[in-house]
Design a protein around this ligand. Sequence first.
Ligand SMILES: *Cc1c(COP(=O)(O)O)cnc(C)c1O
Length: 353
Amino acid sequence: MKSPQQLIRPEIQALSAYHVPESGNLIKLDAMENPYTWPEEMVQEWLQDLRDVSINRYPDPSAQQLSMSLREAFTVPKGMEILMGNGSDELIQMIAMAVAEKDRVILAPQPSFVMYKMIATFTGMQFVGVPLNADDFSLDMHAMHQAIDKHQPAVIFLAYPNNPTGNLFAEEQVREIIEQAPGLVVVDEAYAAFAGHSFMNTLGEYDNLLVMRTVSKMGLAGLRLGLLAGPKEWLHEIDKVRLPYNINVLTQKSAVFSLKHKEVLDQQTRLICEEREKMFQQLQQIEGIEPYPSQANFILFRCVDRNANEVFESLLKDGVLIKNMSAAGGVLADCLRVTIGKPEENQSFLSVL
Ligand SMILES: *Cc1c(COP(=O)(O)O)cnc(C)c1O
């Protein structure tokens, strides 16, 4: 019998599994979660709603009701289709599976969301990362044009705002990329709730543009629900690699319920954006810390004359968990990323820092 070393693909053996640290009693500012819970009456109403769920039955395979709620909540333009995923991570995987061939390329700016590269590897595709400009993490258009021309990517992922840098790329440059691309361009708008601009309304202007959203960062990370919107010619094909019933009954029911109360989530989003501005100003005032402007619910900052690993470890020792980006090296050397939490959590973080 073959050993795992003989049987598992070498590129999979070379990976390390996506590591999620234990957070225990720590102040958890590492994963872009919304820190707020719901008012008690809303929780009661939700639990009441869940009583009607038929847990013995398979879910509605097309999730009709949820699909309508999502179209409305995210203002998907008429004439565009949507596809739901078990988190937008699953949608990235479905897109990749639908186009995967050994010599095909997935391209994304770098640094960006790590799953683009991981999923390219899972599906046996090539990944090309194009470095962002080091000073402000804007797109290096010369490098992008060259890489697109050379690699003819099947799919380009643009996180908008970008994770982990927090900035929006220039709209005109994104349009240039869509126009140049020989394949699909997926604009991944995981942080749209916190940002000033979206490509949702641009859908339909380009045949190769898809827009992806998730409910995770707006306060429903536990549900695992993402959304891909775009022309039906693409989505009908990608839908074929979707596993049946990928959106479970509890998620369907809970998402419909919470989107009915979207004003609660929107209010929380506003609080997070206000806190982000306060946090940015306060970070700017700390010596040796250089924060980057953000249109998301986190802030990336550089440690200039302190060692980022030491800052990270000492925060941890004092009970605050953020994300150490420094290990990634390159333009992220010396960088840490903090998620915006509740005011008191942010204050704890700032005072420890
Ligand atoms: C968090 C994140 C996602 C993943 O969202 P899920 O819906 O929770 O899978 C996708 N893209 C970006 C850029 C993210 O930061």
